[in-house]
Design a protein. Sequence first.
Length: 156
Amino acid sequence: MRLTRFAFAVALLAAAALPLVPASATDVHKLRSKYDVKTTVDRFEKIFKAKGITLFARIDHSAGAASVGMSLPPTELILFGNPKLGTPLMKINREVGYDLPLRALVWQADDGQVWIHITNPSSLNQTYSLGGGNGIIEKMENAVTAIAKKAAGAEE
């Protein structure tokens, strides 16, 4: 899915609204991918489609850098979720909507290694006092972990 310049600008503004504080180790899961950035994100997209998970946005930060004459190794941010799980959490505490949909950053380090940083749903439970969200947080945690491992090729 390619973004038009307008859609890219909107996505960039949305990403800029995210917290400026670096994520702590408990806020994200970090794992290596066997694949390049594009292939890894394509794998996420395929998994989401098969599981009925919505891919809300796919933001190519490298393309954004190139559009202003700068370079950045391959780096993509994806926003994804399932309203069947997110909506009940927002009914418990509407503020959790600030961190939903979930997101994953797939990026290439200077050494060529590709990394995935993906939202840790347990951090939502702690941040927004969701009390486990009637089992939803655990379900999200299991799904996010399994999906990230599969996208990274860790289970092959």
